[in-house]
Design a protein around this ligand. Structure first.
Ligand code: ZN
Length: 415
């Protein structure tokens, strides 16, 4: 029983002050004020005193790559793979898997109780997800995509499943789902982290993308597409892709925001997974020290304007860090949420909902987690201050509970 805290349930209801959350096994059985509460039963409850602290649902980082270890300042995925391979002479798979364990535990310490892996090498995210489910290792819930489907030499080819034509993308979808993935991830355009790919041009024709989505949906799996260039966004939306990762509205000739496509996105219920382009500290106001950082700042400002436009048009949105890439740390979701409240019109309460209830719904776990309500699994976190007033209080998480078990306390894994 968490006793005496202020409860932000994530349901949209007002904060319950001096409240209590009662958990039996892994399920929340009561949420409400301490005053007037009466618990009957033969066993005295274990009481965790959280007086004057804030309780909220566990956070969900909707875009990471668990097998990649953040290397500060490195943005080139090919070089990253070479560095990691040179360190892993004895057992590349074993080393990568252990690094992935460390990465997801870092996320958990930061209050993240669910991660969506957006493309993995050697199916590591799937292996890790099953191991966490079976309590072999402690970690957040993982929603996996297997290897990213990409063209030969395309974005993330070094850990992707290369597939070039309609029949090949269908086969790739079937292979990946057969391999245990929860959903499909496809590189709809090139990416900045893959030299030699083209961020402005689509990697797949509408015909190929439709075939891919059709086959994934036939097997009841959602599809997320990495898309930076507008033409790739158009193809993804017309092909009924479920999640657009990044969604950059770029073209060779500069920004190319298309309101008609945005209207189609809201009509079809397509979700955008917002990620912060590159350096988060820069986005939070650090002074640029190089030409490269000034370019990053301009890129960020343009992207934040697009996010505002999409939100005011009614686009559904979730948030991811893209951790592993570009030196981003798995504990950085709190920073990403802070950036969004400072650089867009998104409020603190809205960004918390995006990273809890909305993300759980989009990832297919809305019935089990995402809010603090009786009947749901107890994934929740405790922080010192009120994050709806000062979002930076999410930077220091005092306690993390996953499925009713305290897994991290004061930034240390305790199980
Ligand atoms: Zn990514």
């Amino acid at each position: 029983m968490l006793h005496g805290g202020n409860i932000i349930s994530g349901t949209g209801d007002a904060c319950v002050h001096d409240g209590v959350v009662v958990v039996e096994d892994n399920i929340i059985i009561y949420v409400g004020a301490v005053k007037g509460m009466c618990i009957e039963g033969p066993i005295a409850p274990e009481i965790i005193d959280v007086k004057s602290k804030y309780i909220l649902p566990g956070l969900i980082d909707a875009h990471v790559h668990v097998h990649i270890s953040p290397i500060k300042g490195l943005r080139d995925l090919n070089r990253q793979a070479i560095i990691e391979d040179s360190e892993d002479l004895l057992s590349p798979f074993g080393s990568r898997l252990l690094r992935a364990v460390r990465n997801v535990q870092n996320a958990l310490r930061g209050g993240v109780t669910m991660l969506r892996d957006c493309g993995t090498r050697d199916n590591i995210a799937v292996v890790l997800s099953k191991s966490i489910e079976k309590n072999v290792v402690v970690g957040p819930r993982l929603v996996t995509s297997g290897p990213m489907i990409t063209t030969t030499g395309g974005h993330c080819w070094s850990f992707g499943r290369e597939a070039d034509a309609e029949a090949e993308v269908r086969k790739a979808v079937r292979e990946i789902i057969h391999g245990g993935a929860d959903m499909i991830k496809v590189a709809g355009t090139g990416g900045r982290a893959t030299p030699g790919s083209n961020i402005y041009a689509p990697q797949y024709s509408a015909r190929e993308m439709k075939a891919l989505v059709e086959d994934a949906h036939r097997l009841n799996k959602k599809v997320g597409a990495h898309v930076l260039g507008t033409e790739g966004i158009r193809i993804a939306v017309s092909s009924d892709v479920d999640i657009l990762d990044h969604c950059g509205w770029d073209s060779e000739d500069g920004p190319d925001y298309d309101e008609r496509v945005v209207e189609e996105m809201t009509r079809k219920g397509v979700t955008v997974c917002a990620t912060i382009p590159q350096d988060m500290k820069l986005a939070l106001g650090e002074t640029p020290e190089s030409k490269e950082q000034e370019t990053t700042l301009r890129l960020q400002s343009k992207y934040f304007r697009f996010l505002d436009k999409m939100l005011s048009a009614g686009v559904n949105m979730i948030v991811g860090t893209d951790s592993g890439l570009g030196g981003r740390n798995f504990k950085d979701l709190a920073l990403a949420l802070e950036v969004l409240t400072k650089r867009t019109a998104i409020t603190e309460s809205e960004v918390i909902t995006m990273a809890t209830r909305t993300a759980a719904q989009v990832l297919g776990h809305g019935d089990a987690v995402g809010t603090i309500q009786p009947g749901k699994e107890a994934d929740l976190i405790v922080v010192e201050g009120d994050p709806t007033r000062d979002i930076s209080s999410l930077r220091n998480v005092c306690l993390v509970m996953k499925a009713g078990v305290v897994v991290s306390k004061g930034d240390k894994i305790v199980i």
